[in-house]
Design a protein around this ligand. Structure first.
Ligand SMILES: [Zn+2]
Length: 400
């Protein structure tokens, strides 16, 4: 490693991580992990008055135990306020995780995921605060943000009131794998869904009197595929991806309930992603046209058609930071000081960074060792975690 010295207490950093990994907090149920973080912060000398939960959970359309956790740390030198963010919640597969150390890794017992996504980030933020306070390192004003319900749709970051960030000029979000990888942009997403109401009829006695909702859906999807809107989408005016995630009936049941009845109802739900919000909308509209065509093709013997209700709406906006953005320069400089070659990544999935950027805070996402996330093979790479912690401390203390 390089010759710069960062007074990182590696054992303490691993203890924080181990502790946070052992506290359950699946998406929507972040109270206990939020309190564990408050506890840790108070122990390292952050005054209780600097720690608060916002009311984002009141605006999130899903039950959520607490708001985002926000912590202000006064600067010990002047400078633009830095925001450090990560998410408190884990995917449901992490429920009951029992973290244990195996060499340079922390693993689960193989029956659950681990939750390094994003408890590595949670621990890293606490480690940054602890290191700054303990070693009295000069730093500008800092805000720590621990969001809720990231895994179920980036809700906490979306519903954040930007005024709560106290004018933060830039953000370091911690939610990645390798310390060398800097996520500088991500796609935006548009969700679409369609409800098809056909008409039931006896499939053996009078199939011609029915209008099959299943067939309308099938013909529409084949049409969308034929027109290049399914999967990887590459057109002269844009690129993106799309998927059909759910093809079923009412209330998560199958479409139709017997082979001898023409299916009268189907529900289909999908998504479209693109680096350009307008192109994600265009992909959704490609599906819309395909469903309209299928509607006109699938009729009963008198020419009656199914009722097709198609709707789409943006889920999160895309963003991309230029190489000369102050936060990108800051991260690049810090990595170079650590003798790590930066790799700039554009993500095909949304992050809290998408919303933080939308809220006016240019946000880079760094990695701190989470690996094989959302699977029972998930583990934390402790070498990367340590590098991530050093990167975090360095980014907090670099000259502007
Ligand atoms: Zn994550």
């Amino acid at each position: 490693m390089s010759n710069i010295s960062i007074p990182l207490d590696v054992a303490a950093a691993e203890d924080h991580l181990m502790r946070f990994l052992s506290v359950e907090g699946v998406t929507g149920s972040e109270r206990n992990i939020g309190l564990a973080v408050c506890d840790a912060l108070k122990k390292i000398g952050v005054p209780e008055s600097a720690i608060r939960f916002d009311d984002a959970n009141k605006r999130i359309p899903l039950p959520t135990e607490t708001g985002n956790l926000i912590v202000d740390i006064p600067g010990t030198r002047p400078g633009p306020r830095l925001l450090f963010s990560t998410h408190l919640d884990t995917v449901p597969l992490c429920a009951g995780a029992k973290p244990k150390r195996e060499g340079d890794r922390i693993v689960s017992d193989g029956t659950t995921a681990l939750g390094g996504d994003a408890r590595t980030g949670v621990a890293l933020l606490v480690v940054v605060a602890e290191t700054l306070i303990k070693h009295k390192l000069p730093h500008p004003p800092i805000t720590l943000l621990f969001t809720v319900r990231e895994e179920s749709g980036l809700h906490g970051a979306r519903e954040l009131n930007p005024a709560d960030l106290n004018g933060a000029a830039m953000c370091i979000n911690v939610d990645g794998q390798m310390a060398s990888e800097l996520i500088v942009g991500a796609v935006g997403q548009e969700n679409w869904e369609v409800e098809i109401k056909g008409r039931a009829s006896h499939a053996g006695v009078a199939p011609e009197k029915g209008i099959s909702a299943t067939l309308v859906g099938a013909v529409a999807l084949a049409e969308a595929k034929h027109n290049g809107w399914f999967g990887k989408v590459v057109k002269p005016d844009g690129r993106g991806t799309s998927n059909v995630g759910i093809f079923g009936g009412k209330d998560n049941k199958p479409a139709g309930d017997a082979t001898n009845v023409v299916t009268d109802y189907a529900f289909i739900k999908g998504e479209a992603r693109s680096p350009e919000a307008a192109f994600a909308t265009k992909i959704a509209n490609g599906y819309k046209e395909a469903f309209a065509k299928a509607q006109s093709e699938v009729t009963d013997y008198q020419g009656d058609k199914a009722e097709v209700k198609f709707s789409h709406k943006p889920s999160y906006p895309p963003f991309e930071l230029g190489k000369d953005t102050p936060i990108v320069k800051r991260a690049t400089k810090a990595l170079q000081m650590l003798d790590i070659e930066p790799v700039y990544v554009f993500s095909n999935g949304g992050l809290d960074a998408n919303w933080l950027d939308k809220h006016g805070v240019p946000t880079i996402t760094i990695g701190a060792g989470q690996a094989e996330i959302h699977t029972i093979k998930e583990y934390v790479n402790l070498k990367e975690y340590e590098k991530g912690c050093r990167l975090g401390v360095l980014m907090a203390t670099l000259d502007d």
